[in-house]
Ligand binder design. Structure first.
Ligand code: PHE
Length: 539
């Protein structure tokens, strides 16, 4: 209202520092006052009632110590005030002075009071030399407090700045003119056309607020993808653009047969040990009478002939292998467990992929993978007689479970990214070349391979990537060529080779988001806000 009334009277306001805000005794020269005025100006500007120009000035404000001097006097004045005049009492020793005015004031004030000729020495103590003093520092600071500057000039300001009594800051003041909608009434324009206005007819005379097309919209609240899902999507896209089809991986619960036996993992292998694998107890009937029938104790048996081929290659060998020559346990094979790797799902799919090679009619997923989506070249049967094999490139990204000691980088469940390529006459060089392309697409340019051991692949390779931030090589995955002991019982022709590789989804996600403790990514300590604000991932 003050701005509008002043404009009405004088047609413009040259300098808003000359205004006196209602309720104040001084003109609005302080920084805070101009901020208050700016708020009013912007509100009037949005209604086109005024126009204004901004002028920049540098102004000064008091520090905490500066304000204290305004209230209590400068250190030197306080020292002077504490001392007796000559002959009017015993001089104060430095120790007594400190006691009286405090360490800091005594230290700073003593020197300055001396320099000003306000105090002098008598014996071991100090006395007043003059009967009154003019506390220039306090006066200067008072002036700065109310005007933001000092008539005395920059030299004194610089000195006060050096003494940390004031700080410089950028200030603003404004010149104001009438706008196209100028009026002295601050009645708020209407923001909405209401049914009442329409029926009463007031809409004809009402003033409406203009749309502000530059206003930022209110942030919308919505769901957010977890970083793991964002990285999963990116990796999924890499697979898809390379012609891979996604495998179904919904079976978290697997049998010992599919998780291990079908992969030629010996039944006595340490990975099957209770240390690593979560077995299902199967004794739920005691606790949950009513649902006991939904909790099987063991898995359904696989197709008998395949089962026989698998148990035989374990126990006695075959397909050029000596086997493990250890007794076969049906119980071990039918145990139910939480899958320890998605290679269990790959085994299912490869078995289905080989269905035609076994002379079976195929439908559903297997038919799709065997005939529809595979795009690998060179799969055409070269013999006149079709043996039923079709090349395939398959992938999955899903959860696996291991009974690990949990620490900053390990949880008992994590996600595995897995790829499988099946074709005739693939070589180790194909696998390595493929890995390079795949990891390159993930932004990992330097990769190295190290011979490793997996019961189901030969040769096996661990994959290392150079981590520029850590400046060292880190393990990023495991890979290999599936063994004939695994592929041939499924029914694949002898010249079919299958590559596989796996990596965790968590590792690249943590690297991508610069997270070094997995608990910030998964579990009850995850910050929902962090998830909402996590950036998109693009490799
Ligand atoms: N299953 C392996 C793992 O859990 C990964 C892998 C998949 C290795 C396929 C070779 C072939 O580490």
């Amino acid at each position: 209202q003050l701005i509008l009334d002043t404009l009405d009277e004088k047609s413009n306001i040259e300098d808003t520092r000359a205004l006196t805000i209602p309720g104040q005794s001084q003109p609005a020269t302080s920084h805070e006052d101009q901020i208050t005025i700016l708020g009013a100006l912007n509100s009037l500007l949005s209604r086109e009632m005024i126009l204004y120009e901004t002028h920049e000035v540098s102004s000064h404000a008091l520090t905490v110590e500066g304000s204290q001097i305004v209230n209590e006097g400068s250190h030197e004045a306080r020292v002077w005030a504490a001392l007796p005049a000559k002959g009017e009492g015993s001089p104060l020793t430095p120790v007594q002075l400190k006691k009286q005015v405090g360490d800091e004031t005594a230290k700073v004030g003593q020197g300055r009071a001396f320099k000003n000729g306000w105090i002098g020495k008598e014996g071991d103590g100090f006395i007043k030399l003059v009967s009154s003093v003019q506390d220039i520092t306090q006066l200067d600071l008072k002036e700065i407090e109310s005007t933001g500057t000092l008539k005395a000039g920059e030299k004194t300001l610089a000195d006060l700045r050096k003494r940390k009594l004031i700080i410089q800051r950028k200030g603003q003041w404004f010149t104001v003119h009438k706008g196209s909608e100028f009026s002295t009434s601050t009645a708020k324009p209407e923001t909405d056309l209401t049914a009442d206005m329409l029926t009463s007819g007031t809409w004809k005379t009402s003033k409406f607020k203009k749309y502000n097309f530059d206003a930022e919209g209110a942030p919308t609240e919505g769901g957010a993808l977890h970083p793991l899902l964002k990285v999963r999507e990116e990796i999924r896209n890499i697979f898809l653009e390379m012609g891979f089809a996604e495998m179904p991986t919904s079976s978290f619960v697997e049998s010992g047969f599919w998780c291990f036996d079908a992969l030629f993992v010996p039944q006595q292998h340490p990975a099957r040990d209770l240390q690593d694998t979560f077995y299902l107890s199967g004794d739920h009937n005691q606790h949950f009478e009513s649902i006991s029938h939904t909790d099987p104790k063991e898995s359904l048996p696989p197709e008998p002939e395949y089962y026989k081929r698998v148990s035989t290659v374990h126990e006695h060998g075959g397909y050029g292998s000596t086997g493990y020559r250890a007794p076969w346990s049906r119980a071990e094979s039918s145990k139910l467990l939480l899958r320890t790797h998605t290679t269990a799902s790959s085994a299912h799919m490869l078995y289905k992929l080989a269905a035609k090679c076994r002379g079976e009619q195929v439908e559903g997923d297997a038919a799709e993978f065997a005939h529809g989506v595979s795009t690998t070249d060179g799969g055409e049967k070269r013999d006149a007689q079709d043996d039923g094999f079709r090349p395939a490139k398959l992938f999955s990204i899903d959860r696996v479970f291991r009974n690990e000691t949990m620490d900053a980088t390990h949880l008992a469940e994590f996600h595995q990214v897995e790829g499988v390529v099946a074709n005739r006459d693939l070589t180790l060089a194909d696998l390595i070349g493929f890995m390079r392309v795949f990891f390159n697409k993930m932004g990992i340019e330097k990769v190295r391979f190290k011979p490793a051991y997996n019961p189901y692949t030969e040769p096996s390779l661990e994959i290392f990537a150079f981590h520029p931030m850590l400046d060292r090589w880190v393990e990023v995955g495991n890979s290999g060529m599936f063994r004939p002991e695994m592929l041939e019982p499924m029914g694949f022709p002898k010249d079919v080779r299958v590559h596989g590789w796996g990596l965790s989804l968590e590792r690249p996600t943590m690297i991508r988001y610069g997270i070094n403790n997995i608990r910030t990514l998964v579990g009850h300590k995850v910050s929902i806000e962090g998830i909402e604000n996590s950036p998109a991932v693009m490799f």
